[in-house]
Design a protein around this ligand. Sequence first.
Ligand SMILES: Cc1cc2nc3c(=O)[nH]c(=O)nc-3n(C[C@H](O)[C@H](O)[C@H](O)COP(=O)(O)OP(=O)(O)OC[C@H]3O[C@@H](n4cnc5c(N)ncnc54)[C@H](O)[C@@H]3O)c2cc1C
Length: 495
Amino acid sequence: MDRRRFCRTALAAGIAASLPLLKACGRSEPPVATTANTSIRGISLDGAEIELERAAIRELGDSMTGPVLLSGHPDYNGARKIWNGMHDKRPALIARCMNNQDVSNAITFARERELLVAVRGGGHSWPGKSVCDDGLMIDLSQLTSVTVDVDEKRAHVDGGALLGHLDQASLPYGLVTTAGVVSHTGVGGFTLGGGYGRLNRKFGLAVDNLRAATMVTADGRVRNVSAEEDADLFWAIRGGGGNFGVVTEFDFQLYPFDRNVLSGSIIWPIAQARDVLEFYAEWSAGLSDEMYTGPAMATGGDGAGMVIMEVVYAGDPAAGEKELAPLRALGAPIDDGVKMQDYTVMQTQEDAAFGHGIRSYAKNGMVREWTQELVDTMIEAFVQDPRMAMFTHTAGGAVNRVDDVDTAFPHRNAETMLSVGGGWSDPTMDAEAMAIGREWFSKLAPFTGGYYDNIQSNPESVASNYGPAHERLVRIKSEYDAGNLFRLNSNIKPA
Ligand SMILES: Cc1cc2nc3c(=O)[nH]c(=O)nc-3n(C[C@H](O)[C@H](O)[C@H](O)COP(=O)(O)OP(=O)(O)OC[C@H]3O[C@@H](n4cnc5c(N)ncnc54)[C@H](O)[C@@H]3O)c2cc1C
């Protein structure tokens, strides 16, 4: 779909239209740069300027099935852009990989020169980790195929596929696995960091459903990892992010699923926030695994504040109606859109609100318990500004039934992941909008412990955030990436 049409469709998309996040769809292209003759400028892993010989780059290009894109190539600007418009960076070269060998060749090229590497899956890194200035971008954006093995209930998913590709491939077979809430997010970063979605209470996080992967490590070797092969690596990539190599294929467990689900959003005016949040704080402690719902607080296009509760009930609709009844009976909603509908309606309803190219900033933290103090603070902290909103990702259920160190994902006892984030299009608003987000989140932060590093990067607290998993992660990092080639992520430093 072209970008303008995407924006228009977005504007028609109900609640999405009332959120502030899509105004940046008309972002303009920066001018195309020219390059020197025999070499181009690169940057080393430790930040020093290095020369990259054109002949060597040509050799890399010749060795690959996909192209190597340099500044000035017609596809260069499109390839370097990632979702968050705040990160406008220009890699020295972009290796557009089509297979494992391409990835291996690109890794070897970078390792031999100690060249800075960024790995781009779906390009949705909030802090912009999938692009860099003057380094090599390993671009997986063309690797998007998904194959479903119906008998085995497995999805084989390419490393650059988007969550929408996964849903679209599995649902026609009556199968599903946990995918996130915006369908143009990449499977790659999403899964490697944990992977929350509307089905996580029933089926667990994406990492809990990963059964095997194919990856290329810093030595250029292609490895099949699973509980049986390279088990340490397999453990590490289930939460440890892109620290250990480039994953070219993810194999997920799928589950039988009726795609016609009881789902939708209920919206109340902000004046009813206390009733809704106080009710939710108590009621949510007894939710069934099938029920996914959690509050967001946002400002609509008309400037009015609202509390929004998204609902997906992954089970018998009659049981869902019964469980949901007390929430629906609460106060006087502006809208109650919960009904039987195709699962993909929910899975795509926020796509436009979170359109490509917006300038975005987010902070988050893990909440273990809904307390009265948290509810009071949420209400006091709410900022009526269409650029910022508060969101929750409800966990619990199957997410919490996995032991802390069974995977490298460290936040098993959180009931919800709470974030404050937003979007705007005008770069002159950056400082102000980010300050609003920071201030808002700072009031909620005392109620959180640890954070989801798929949403924000805190280099100084990586170790404490991984908690008991960190020591093992360091050991595995030291074994497979002692030179820290893969460092543009929540970086685990080798020993
Ligand atoms: C609009 C939006 C909605 C989101 N919704 C959710 C949600 O519902 N649930 C949730 O859990 N998270 C969500 N997130 C957070 C999301 O999980 C992270 O932003 C994630 O990193 C995105 O993955 P990506 O492949 O698109 O990102 P990229 O920017 O491509 O990469 C992010 C990081 O992962 C690494 N990486 C990516 N692919 C690979 C690969 N194949 N092999 C090795 N390393 C790789 C990159 O190097 C980088 O460090 C959302 C983010 C956005 C922007």
